[in-house]
Design a protein around this ligand. Sequence first.
Ligand code: ZN
Length: 228
Amino acid sequence: MIIDTHCHYDMMESPEDYINKVENTGNIVIGMTNLPSHFDMGYEYIRKYKKVRLALGFHPQLADEHKDELSLFAKYLGRTSYVGEIGLDFSSEYISTRDIQISCLKHILEELQGKNKIISLHSRRAEKELFSLLLDYNIKNAIFHWYSGPLSLIPEIISQGYYFSINEAMTLSTSGKKIIEKIPKDRILTESDAPFNHKNDIASALRNLGLEENQIEKNFRLLMQRIR
Ligand SMILES: [Zn+2]
């Protein structure tokens, strides 16, 4: 079984074809959403699927333009066990919205406090700030998606019980390989980040990692047990 913990199937040309294929093969996919209104659009539709899941998100790159949707996050949170994509992005393109990103994220983390959710995180160029906010709000069950931050932070992230989701592109790049080396096998999950990421084949990622599907299944099962 292939487990995709971070996919944007709602952004695909034909989401329906894609998720039907996943459902029929018995794989698992967690669909990210970038805004609560996107989650709301997909929610009724996705309910009938067993293997296809939908996460409630609020993408940091959209924080400034769509802060009016924050109240919807709290409104919809009870409908799903999955949250994403949320986080911070301090890359040059988005650094100008740093303060509003932080205030939106704090609001979201406050909502998540004490609730059992699995959370997929965007952390580009803001890994340390994001990590320390997770600790401030006592957030559990977080997955760092496509981590590209400092190697020195990885043991600290691991020590908090958090996971990393790895995609094929990471397994092929020099920087990605260095990151992967630091992550214990039992904290690795897989992701496609499709359709934006073009090197998104999870079977190839597993081969490059030298891991079997059942290792990832076991990791995912243990994470799921925490929220049951
Ligand atoms: Zn993403």
